[in-house]
Design a protein around this ligand. Structure first.
Ligand code: TYM
Length: 345
C-alpha cells in the first residue's frame, strides 16, 4: 500500500457563536498536533453559505474564527491558516467527488437530516452535497489525519469511502500515471480532544451548538466573566450531590457534562474532579467551574479582541496561508485531472 506524507487538515465553519464545544472538541487538539504534524487549518466559508448568511456578518465571522485559531495557540507561520474560498481547488475537487459519491451515501447523513429539518424540499443543494466538499477539503491536500469532534465522525467515514472509491474507479489510470496503487490516503479521524462531545448547558442530551436558539446553552469566546458566571449558574443540573466515582454519573447527563467540561478546562482526569468534588452540591461545584472557565477562556477572548481590532492583519494571515495552501492543492488537482482523463492547458 502506498505510504502517504503525514499531514493534518481540519476546518471550522464561520457561522458565529464559536463555543466551548468547538474549543474542547477540536481547536485545542489542533493546537497540540502542531508539534508532531504539518498542519492545515481552514476557515470553511464555502460550507457556511450552505445555509443563508448575512454577507457582512460572514466576513466578521471568518475573521473571528481566524482570531480564535491564533489566540488559542495555532502558529500561522509554521503551519497554514486560511479561508477555503481563496483556494479554488476545493470547489474543483468537490465537483469530481460529486460524481464519485452515491446519492444513497448522502441520504444517510444525519447532519443533513437535522439541519434540513422537516422542510427538506427547501434546503439548498449545497447543504445536501456538503460532505463531498468536506472530503475535497481534506483530500485536495492528501491529508492523512483529521482532528474533529464526535459529531463529524459520519462525514469523515464518507470522506474515506469517497477516497477509496476514487482509488478503485481509477485504479488503472492511477497505476499508469503514478506507479502506485492509490492516489488518495484514507484520512483517519482523530476524535480525541479533551471533550469530543460537549453537551448543551440547558439539556445534557443535546450537543452544544452554534445554532441553538438559547444563548444559555453554550459558553462562547465572546462571553465575559459575568456572562460565563451567569450561564454556568443557570446550567441545568439534577437534585443529587456530585458522585465521587465515574459510575455515579451514569443516567445523569447534565452532571456528566459539567464534570467533563471542568476536567477538560482544568486539564485533569475526570476521576480527579470526582475525587475532589464527590458529595459536594452543584452550587459549590459551579463556583469552581466558573473560576476555571474564566481563567481559561478569559485570556483567549482578550487576545481575540485584540486581533479582531486589526482586520487588515487577519486578512494578511489568510492571504499568506491561502498562497501556501494553493501550492499544495494545485499539483494534486492537476494529477486528479490527468487521472480522470481531462486535458490540461
Ligand atoms: P463545525 O464548524 O460545526 O465545528 C468545528 C469543530 O468543532 C467540533 N464541535 C464539537 N466538539 C465537541 N462538542 C461539541 N458540542 C461540538 N460542536 C462542534 C466539530 O466536530 C468540529 O471538529 N463539517 C465541519 C467543518 C469542516 C471540516 C472539513 C472539518 C468542513 N470541512 C474538513 C474537518 C475536515 C463542521 O461543520 O464543523
Amino acid at each position: 500500500m502506498t505510504a502517504f506524507h503525514q499531514r493534518v487538515f481540519s476546518g471550522v465553519q464561520p457561522t458565529g457563536n464559536l463555543h466551548l464545544g468547538n474549543y474542547l472538541g477540536a481547536i485545542r487538539r489542533f493546537v497540540d498536533l502542531q508539534d508532531s504534524y504539518e498542519c492545515i487549518y481552514c476557515v470553511v466559508d464555502m460550507h457556511a453559505i450552505t445555509v443563508a448568511q448575512d454577507p457582512a456578518e460572514l466576513t466578521a465571522n471568518i475573521r473571528e474564527v481566524t482570531a480564535a485559531f491564533i489566540a488559542c495557540g495555532i502558529d500561522p507561520k509554521k503551519h497554514i491558516v486560511f479561508n477555503q474560498s481563496q483556494v479554488a481547488e476545493h470547489a474543483e475537487l468537490a465537483w469530481i467527488f460529486n460524481c464519485i459519491a452515491r446519492i444513497g451515501w448522502l441520504n444517510r447523513m444525519t447532519q443533513f437530516k437535522e439541519k434540513a429539518g422537516k422542510d427538506r424540499e427547501n434546503a439548498s443543494v449545497g447543504l445536501y452535497a456538503y460532505p463531498t466538499l468536506m472530503a475535497a477539503d481534506i483530500l485536495v491536500y492528501r491529508a492523512t489525519h483529521v482532528p474533529v469532534g464526535e459529531d463529524q465522525k459520519q462525514h469523515l467515514e464518507l470522506s474515506r469511502d469517497i477516497a477509496q472509491k476514487f482509488n478503485n474507479d481509477y485504479a488503472a489510470s492511477i497505476t499508469r500515471l503514478t506507479g502506485s496503487d492509490a492516489f488518495f490516503p484514507l484520512p483517519e479521524p482523530l476524535i480525541q480532544g479533551p471533550a469530543p462531545r460537549v453537551m448543551s448547558l440547558r439539556d445534557g442530551t443535546k450537543k452544544m451548538s452554534k445554532s441553538d436558539p438559547s444563548d444559555y446553552s453554550r459558553l462562547t469566546f465572546a462571553d465575559d466573566a459575568d456572562a460565563i458566571a451567569q450561564k454556568v449558574r443557570k446550567a441545568k443540573t439534577d437534585p443529587e450531590p456530585l458522585p465521587s466515582e465515574a459510575a455515579g454519573l451514569s443516567g445523569r447527563p447534565e452532571a456528566e457534562n459539567l464534570v467533563t467540561i471542568y476536567a477538560a478546562l482544568a486539564d485533569v482526569p475526570r476521576d480527579a474532579v470526582l475525587a475532589q468534588f464527590g458529595g459536594a452540591q452543584f452550587s459549590s461545584f459551579k463556583n469552581a467551574l466558573v473560576d476555571v472557565a474564566v481563567a481559561k477562556l478569559g485570556p483567549i477572548s482578550a487576545e481575540m479582541k485584540k486581533l479582531q481590532a486589526d482586520p487588515a492583519h487577519i486578512d494578511a494571515v489568510l492571504r499568506d496561508g491561502s498562497i501556501r495552501a494553493r501550492e499544495i492543492a494545485r499539483p494534486v488537482m492537476e494529477s486528479v485531472k490527468d487521472i480522470v482523463g481531462f486535458i490540461r492547458g
